[in-house]
Design a binder for this molecule. Sequence first.
Ligand SMILES: Nc1ncnc2c1ncn2[C@@H]1O[C@H](COP(=O)(O)OP(=O)(O)OP(=O)(O)O)[C@@H](O)[C@H]1O
Ligand SMILES: [Mg+2]
Length: 517
Amino acid sequence: MSESVSVDQRPPSGRSPVIEASNVSKHFGGVFAVDDVSLSVSPGEIHGVVGENGAGKSTLMRVLAGILKPDRGTVVVDGRHLEGGDPRDALDAGLALVHQELSLVPEMTVAENILLGSTPTQAGFIKTGDLKEIAAEALKEINVSVDLDEPVARLSVALRQFVEIARAVARKPRVLILDEPTATLTPAETDYLLDMLERLARSGLAIIYISHRIPEIFSICTQVTVLRDGKHVDTVNIAEIRPDELVAKMVGRELQQEEYSPHDDRPPGDIVLRARGIRAPGVDDVDLEVRAGQIVGLGGLVGAGRTELVRAIIGADLRSAGEVSITTAGRTVRVTGYRSAVTNGLAYVPEERRVDGLALTMTVADNVALPNRGSVSQAGVLSVRKITELARRLADVVGLRPPEVQREAGDFSGGNQQKVVLAKWLGREPDVIVLDEPTRGVDVGAKAEIHRLIRELADGGTAVLVVSSDLPELLHLADVIHVMRDGHIVGTLPAAVADEKSVMSLASGEAGDLIGV
Ligand SMILES: Nc1ncnc2c1ncn2[C@@H]1O[C@H](COP(=O)(O)OP(=O)(O)OP(=O)(O)O)[C@@H](O)[C@H]1O
Ligand SMILES: [Mg+2]
């Protein structure tokens, strides 16, 4: 190839790519997770990668980072050909990956986590004395201050995410890959992160950025690559595409923007869930009730106490004070613990699906059967046929991809794992459902499906309590929003008057210190 041709092919930034992946394929059993995908990114470029759950984004990134060896294809960084399947080699070449799931060791300190796995380096062994200095420098580079000696377990989810990023930055990468870094962040924290990435890009870093949040892609990316079913659909200049066109490329069809009017004149039903004087660590004297057919939203910043509150209400964590009751069909029962809550018609979809939502080594069918033993038994014996039937039906409802209920849950993509957790609990047709971040990590198409499902549950008379950091989601779903701050409900907004501004100003109070650092 003559030189003039290669110059013409340079991306708009005018700089030649620092990373070039060509014709990469990777399969798992019969699933072609990544199928002949090429991608190149130049220094200073933020390259978005989008696609539905299971499209192959994380798999492609794990190939780039040397965690997976591709079946076919090449990865070249700065002219250096990577062998593949060797994380050390990829790291030495300048690739750093911030994983989709948090990967820090909770018992270890911030400094230890930042340096984890990076000693020795190409330059030789790092002295222990230098460790803290390097960690401090990495945190400084991303402008986050946190105590280096603090065990990670004590940090907020948001701070953990920033420590993950510091860990990647400490490796002085040429290419930084972030796999859905904002899934656990609030809008203010997200803005902070996006600014940080733009700054890093300006200093010459090449960034590959995965997100289901389309506005983020439009806010920071210059190019975007769309994957669908493992295949490369297109790579486009962000300036030359509209958000709806991008989404259409992702899902392979036009997505109907649902236009229901959620907060209609339906009279609220009777109170089903009643919580009085709830106290627990991080929760200070909260009253709350949810009526049949009503969707109550809990808004607030990460750390405001929303998850703690719902866990205390349902008895998943101990409460130090307070009364909770569930009333159905004219009968009121006191909820003394999680077991009694579930027996009395409550379903709970937790925030940390990988920790307490899912048995990763069990099949989807068996996961779904767990809370639904009653309906999948025949004469007291579990029926494999019924389990499979129920699992297939629910997999269809949540849009599981691939729709194979006999696969292990751990083999599904992040968003699909979330759908399995939802499916588990939907099978019970609960009287009360508590959902904590129900669509975290879920793609736009599936998100619309899940919203519809939640609405249908409410229309069918279920009392719904939703925690969400996704403000548009909360505003879209909830009939009424309670905003929490510092363990209290600081304000209650009916849907008719709630908007992003009113929720955020209640959530943050006067202080502008949203990031908590
Ligand atoms: N370890 C594995 N074993 C078997 N199949 C896998 C494994 N990892 C991924 N897959 C499959 O590969 C496909 C692509 O998954 P991947 O995690 O790359 O998707 P993704 O685009 O990152 O999705 P999400 O948005 O949900 O994170 C999916 O069908 C998934 O089930
Ligand atoms: Mg993924």
